[in-house]
Write a protein that binds this ligand. Sequence first.
Ligand code: ATP
Ligand code: MG
Length: 437
Amino acid sequence: MRLSRSLIPTLKETPAEAQIVSHRLMLRAGLIRQQSAGIYAWLPAGLRVLHNIANIVREEQARAGAQEILMPTIQSAELWRESGRYDAYGPEMLRIRDRHDREMLYGPTNEEMLTAIMRDSVQSYRDLPQMLYQIQWKFRDEVRPRFGVLRGREFFMKDGYSFDLDYEGAVESYRRMMLAYMRTFKRMGVRAVPMRADTGPIGGNLSHEFHILAPTGESGVFYDASFETIELGDDAYDYENRADLDAFFDRMTSLYAATDEKHDEAAWAKVPEDQRREGRGIEVGQIFYFGTKYSQAMNFAVVGPDGARVHPEMGSYGIGVSRLTGAIIEASHDEAGIIWPDAIAPFRASILNLRQGDQVTDALCEQIYDALGRDALYDDRDARAGEKFADADLMGHPWQIIVGPRGAAKSQVELKHRRTGERAELDIEAALAKVRL
Ligand code: ATP
Ligand code: MG
């Protein structure tokens, strides 16, 4: 993209309304704009990040055997009366009436809807197990929307649901998803620690939250220091091998990690003192096993192997896709701006033309821009070099290809790596090779 023709409205000043660094940087880098409290528009560069995150989620869900679907955001109150949650959910649910005075709602989650879909479509145990997910907007009328996309009211969530014939199967689905989550976060370039968690209003008795450690996190967390260094999304485990899934789960749960709601002083006391870490975490995902809670309440049953009706065992699995954009910035930034992990950066590289209008410099920039195509953001604005440097650091793309008239005369550029700050004078091919790696 050419910056001169893009809507990437960077800001020099720090917006007064933003209390934490990720919110400030998302506004300053021109990724989002607030429309109402907790409701944001995603501008071109921000949307690229959101898509990159969603695509990693998709690829890892597919590897784990989950099927993608898309359900509506608007649901009927009737559906939620079946499970008993329409009254239980409280003021976080946005309730709406249509022109016929029918009660509707903007979905905060989709257990009821998918259970109803399954009830219509699946009759036999032979059709189980099933694992389905969607990536869709949710609405929760949070009391205190804050910290930008970290706690929005409208937010983008991956929500997945598993249906198994029995408890054993449900546990396997749960472990499979835990592995998928660890691989998903690892590919995004962040460490997310699986913590024993409270099951909250969704209910059930087995749950883990995945937390990115950051001082601005809303949850208090207690964990074994090993989580700062161990391999979290190991490729050696095979989804098709039950023993592998069990070994992975045992590995993840043998080390202490819990949110303050589930903190257990007796277990904590057994962690060697120099290994104990207390901190803050940002919840970027949560998985639950909740048994037959919904299948029973909503009368969803299949014919089992012996002819008897069986209520499938269920689990649900959420990832905060929009929250992750902010959470990753909380974990990866410096004084000058965002430092995007490679896999989710809006662009691989910024091309900085330091002498816009100079024939040789312009020509070299165009050549590099052609070669990189949609992976590059070309700063072709008629602006001072200092402004271009500051904006490139603020926007945080992994590489900066700096092109000035002196280098251009020798077909050379300066390549800067945003994360390490390393700079090198290189000829174009060498620079392109590094950026494309
Ligand atoms: P929280 O405790 O932060 O309010 P939750 O436990 O109510 O979240 P879940 O029902 O577990 O949320 O939703 C799955 C995921 O969706 C969460 O792990 C989180 O990453 C994301 N999420 C939940 N609420 C919000 C929100 N208001 N804004 C942005 N993301 C959210
Ligand atoms: Mg949660």
